[in-house]
Ligand binder design. Structure first.
Ligand code: ZN
Length: 511
């Protein structure tokens, strides 16, 4: 392997220290030396003159759902092109290897087996580094399906056994999504018993809290209590105040987090830099419909006009999110494509029905498509991104450049996070929140900093031009300002030549 010498780069090394004009030498997959510009000998290396561009560690996306796509989207398109070199999947309590993979005949052997899943990712030669959290919703599905009840002692024992196995085989932590089925059926005690398995490790409990709206503060307190039952290492997923009636709660949110930090709980939060969330359309439904699993719900809707009417009536009485700001994003149903980027009101107009009927029509296709929900506010987003404990996470997953049905965060989280956070902090501290801090939180040993001995995950970029043109109508647009991206010492992407075929990412089994 040829070695590399970056010269004349403005080095942001990830630690937050003041950048300086530097040379960086790479030998094989690691950083060999860092010196002042002009100090390092060329000794046969390929020289890359940075012409004063910034060199940063590869960005870490701590919040993804790339369980399978990090392995199957071979170029890592959406992610690599914005400078992400490590992707942490298995968030919000969902682990595909536990409850999704069995739908795929060829991959059935991965079902419930973390070691086999990790081997499969590794053999796929991913474009970027991949770490994975073990998810609570999926543990519950595997052991007790979608039953709305407490787990028995035996079921809890089985969940613990699966989680302990995943942690021993290299899972980066334990995730939960208590907002979702079937995690929402679980009492706090169940989570505490599972989180207790994190004791003796430095792995975090990462959680999409039970409620981000009316019970926001109570849910944060619950998350902190659960973390305390483990090793007091907490990652709050996509920190937000959702719904206009909850926007005023942000001061209380900060107070709860910062009080817990002062009392010794190690808390970081991640946040995607957009005010639309994205999830499955069916979250618009209330009880009792919200308690039916998706397959049963959508097939019943498909079969019964009577049931469609009933659900439409319930939506007309109450809908938790504004339909004029609920946009269809993607769906496996080809006929839905014509509505991508449109609100439920606009879809209703196009289809000649009410917005509520439009929702039911979409769900009656037999699946629940993904939608974006405009429930947050710009002012709070900026205040959240100004906090020194908020790190970079997209809540997206690896997407191909051809994929035009997704949330723009899949393509634009890193540049947008950088731009918004840099309004209130200096560049070096924002870069630290995208590199060294997330790497330390998830125990990505040897990553997140540019220093001798660290892995050569690197981004050469123009920070002034680093931005994203992606939006809801056209999400699959590349970030601007990125010159080139290296993963474990190999070129993975360059603005001139596009994606490379090196596929030098690794499955990171976390100790
Ligand atoms: Zn989530």
């Amino acid at each position: 392997m040829k070695n590399l010498l970056f010269t004349n780069v403005k080095l942001y090394d990830g630690t937050g220290r003041t950048p300086f004009l530097a040379d960086v030498a790479v030998k094989d997959d690691k950083i060999a030396a860092v010196g002042n510009n002009g100090d390092l000998p060329e000794t046969g290396a390929t020289v890359i003159n940075g012409h004063g561009l910034a060199l940063t560690p590869g960005f870490v996306d701590v919040h993804t759902h790339s369980d399978s796509s990090a392995a199957t989207v071979s170029g890592g398109d959406s992610t690599i092109s914005q400078g992400v070199t490590t992707d942490i999947s298995g968030n919000c309590g969902f682990s595909w290897y536990l409850d999704g993979v069995q739908k795929n005949e060829a991959l059935k052997k991965l079902h419930g087996n973390f070691a086999a899943y990790a081997d499969w990712v590794e053999k796929s030669s991913p474009a970027l580094n991949v770490a994975h959290l073990c998810g609570h919703n999926s543990l519950r599905v595997k052991v007790m399906g979608y039953e709305n009840r407490h787990a028995t002692r035996e079921e809890l024992r089985q969940m613990k056994e699966l989680l302990a196995d995943a942690l021993a085989q290299g899972a980066a932590g334990f995730s939960a999504g208590l907002f979702y089925l079937p995690g929402n059926f679980a009492p706090t005690e169940e989570l505490k018993e599972l989180a207790a398995l994190l004791k003796g490790t430095s792995k975090p409990y990462a959680t999409h809290i039970r409620c981000e709206t009316e019970k926001l503060c109570e849910s944060l307190t619950e998350a902190i209590d659960i973390a305390k039952a483990g090793n007091s290492n907490l990652e709050l997923s996509h920190l937000k105040t959702s719904g206009s009636s909850n926007w005023h709660k942000l001061d209380s949110v900060f107070e709860i987090i910062e009080n817990a930090q002062r009392s010794g709980v190690n808390i970081l939060a991640d946040r995607y830099p957009y005010i639309h969330s994205a999830t499955t359309l069916r979250v618009l439904l209330s009880a009792p419909y919200s308690e039916i699993d998706t397959t049963t719900l959508c097939s019943k809707l498909k079969e019964s006009a009577e049931f469609q009417k009933e659900v439409t009536e319930s939506l007309k009485k109450y809908v938790p999110r504004p339909l004029e700001r609920t946009l269809l994003m993607n769906s496996p149903i080809p006929e839905h494509r014509q509505y991508y980027g449109m609100s439920m009101v606009e879809i209703g107009q196009a289809a000649g029905c009410s917005p509520e009927e439009a929702v039911v029509k979409l769900l009656s296709s037999g699946v629940s498509p993904n939608a974006a929900f405009g429930t947050m506010c710009e002012e709070n987003l900026k205040r959240i991104l100004a906090k020194p404990y908020v790190i970079s996470g997209s809540d997206g997953n690896v997407r191909s450049f051809d994929d035009n049905g997704t949330h723009p965060r899949a393509f634009g989280t890193m540049p947008k996070f950088f731009r918004l956070a840099a309004q209130s902090s200096n560049y070096e501290s924002v870069i630290r929140r995208m590199t060294a801090m997330p790497a330390a939180k998830f125990n990505l040993t040897g990553r997140g900093i540019i220093a001798p001995g660290y892995f050569a995950d690197l981004v050469l970029l123009d920070l002034e031009k680093f931005d994203s043109p992606a939006d809801y109508a056209v999400p699959n647009l590349k970030a601007s300002g990125v010159d080139s991206v290296y993963v474990n010492g190999k070129l993975a992407y360059s603005a001139d030549c596009g994606l490379q075929t090196a596929r030098s990412g690794r499955m990171l089994r976390i100790k």
